[in-house]
Ligand binder design. Structure first.
Ligand code: AMP
Length: 306
């Protein structure tokens, strides 16, 4: 079986949407990525850090979903990364209210010995210095995927460029692609980001789907139109986790296979938004994923009579 290393935040989130508000609940980029990737036939190893305030039951839940948690360091005297956000009425935009790095501020990632030969590495959203640290420990990776956000563009752009130059695939949302490239057109933005290093550029457009760019080719996967969207938190990470999990399981790094991977990413993300936080991600079944795959196929296939 292939191996997938996932580095990212394991966090507490407090979320407010037009439908309600939560106190501190389980969140974090690596959590959502891992929960999505665990649906595929690949060994998922999480690399992250939490504080002594992080409940053991959350770690047990991740382990019970066949994720290896040996790479999650517990800093007993520290506090877990905390993020709080509030969504606008359209649910597409949000304001970050609080970002407390806490134990993440001095984190040096350690990839467990048996994951150093992982075929696929998913650099989830966190400090680019930590992402670089993981890359140094996984020299055999056949595919490196990077996810990041404006927070790191604003606070560590130079290091972020160093990471971008080293990865094969970057997944980024439309607003951040514009910020990173200085281009409004997403086609022009993708071209510029391409030139920074990644051979594949995936631009996530929330409820409007995702675009995959490779040289002069473009592929588009829609998001599933849903009757109810409860909380979009983690949808981007879940998308990246579905993408990475599928690619790692199939060990096929071609453009054709990446098209399938972004459909799987969109598929899993469509579940994530149905409940607060990770709640829905913890109950998805294989059958539900398959049914949604059929819905995606129906949504996008058509015949034009000649
Ligand atoms: P998404 O909605 O996919 O952008 O991801 C939301 C998740 O990202 C939340 O669970 C947060 O804990 C986590 N998060 C928020 N800000 C950051 C940050 N600056 N670095 C890493 N993870 C973050």
């Amino acid at each position: 079986m292939s191996k997938l290393v996932v580095v990212g935040t394991v966090a507490f989130d407090a979320i407010e949407t037009p439908f309600g508000k939560t106190d501190k609940i389980l969140g974090g980029a690596a959590t959502f990525i891992g929960l999505a990737a665990s649906h595929f036939n690949t060994e998922v190893g999480l690399v992250s850090v939490v504080g002594g305030d992080f409940p053991q039951e959350y770690l047990d839940m991740l382990a019970s979903r066949s994720m290896n948690t040996d790479g999650i360091e517990i800093v007993k005297e520290g506090k877990t990364f905390f993020w709080s956000g509030k969504y606008h009425n359209d649910m597409n935009t949000r304001d970050t209210l609080i970002t407390e790095l806490n134990v993440l501020a001095d984190f040096s990632p350690v990839v467990p010995e048996n994951f150093k030969d992982a075929e696929v590495v998913m650099l989830g959203n966190l400090h680019p210095a930590v992402q670089l640290g993981v890359l140094e420990q996984t020299p055999d990776a056949k595919l490196v995927i990077l996810d990041t956000m404006n927070f790191w563009m604003d606070s560590a752009l130079e290091l972020l460029h160093e990471v971008i130059a080293k990865v094969d695939v970057i997944t980024i949302n439309d607003e951040e692609a514009r910020q990173l490239s200085g281009e409004y057109s997403l086609v022009a933005a993708a071209r510029k980001i391409h030139a920074m290093g990644p051979k594949y550029v995936v631009i996530k457009k929330g409820e409007h789907g995702a675009l995959l760019f490779h040289n002069e080719e473009i592929f588009f996967a829609p998001a599933l139109p849903l009757e109810e969207v409860f909380d979009p938190t983690g949808a981007g990470d879940t998308f990246a986790g579905g993408f990475a999990g599928f690619i790692a399981a199939s060990q096929d790094y071609s453009f054709e296979n990446m098209k399938r991977a972004i459909v799987y990413g969109s598929n899993l993300a469509s579940f994530c938004v149905e409940k607060f936080g990770t709640e829905r991600m913890q109950t998805i079944t294989k059958e539900e994923i398959t049914t949604r795959l059929e819905q995606f196929q129906k949504l996008t296939s058509f015949n034009i009579p000649s």
